[in-house]
Design a protein around this ligand. Structure first.
Ligand code: ADP
Length: 127
């Protein structure tokens, strides 16, 4: 079975993509990374940095999580490159269509961490 760490990497890490992603980036990546089967995942963020750099955030400053019941979030000290995908209306599972937002934007990233050693297990969607 897939671990939480593997799921995080599958859903959020796209280290290779350093250029400005095109209009089809989200449609292709959301499908390729298995987020369009059964249902279309409504929002998802990809981070264009090395996994090491993202994992290191777990050892940076604690910050409130979007979910106020959780207390395992950490904020990157430096902005990281991200691209957000937001589901368009009229999408159907297997044919999910996404809007590419904030393509390759530099923002502060908040991740939730778990395990020992700490690894990222969730990404709080940047605003
Ligand atoms: P993501 O939220 O990263 O887009 P998922 O919703 O598929 O991806 O899975 C996130 C997982 O992380 C869930 O199993 C959730 O219970 C867990 N989790 C751990 N800490 C948090 C947190 N602070 N906020 C939200 N989810 C968290």
């Amino acid at each position: 079975a897939e671990s939480q760490e593997e799921k995080f990497r599958r859903q959020h890490v796209d280290s290779g993509n350093k250029g400005n992603p095109g209009k089809k980036y989200c449609d292709q990546m959301m499908a390729k990374r298995g987020m369009t089967k059964g249902k279309c995942k409504p929002v998802n963020t990809f981070v264009h940095e090395s996994y090491q750099k993202i994992q290191d955030i777990c050892h940076e400053a604690s910050t409130p999580c979007a979910n106020p019941n959780m207390h395992n979030c950490h904020k990157s000290a430096h902005p990281l490159r991200i691209t957000q995908c937001r589901l368009k209306g009229g999408s159907k599972p297997g044919k999910c269509r996404y809007l590419v937002k904030n393509a390759n934007k530099h923002v502060t990233v908040t991740v939730a961490c778990g395990g020992k050693p700490l690894k990222p297990i969730h990404l709080d969607p940047p605003k």
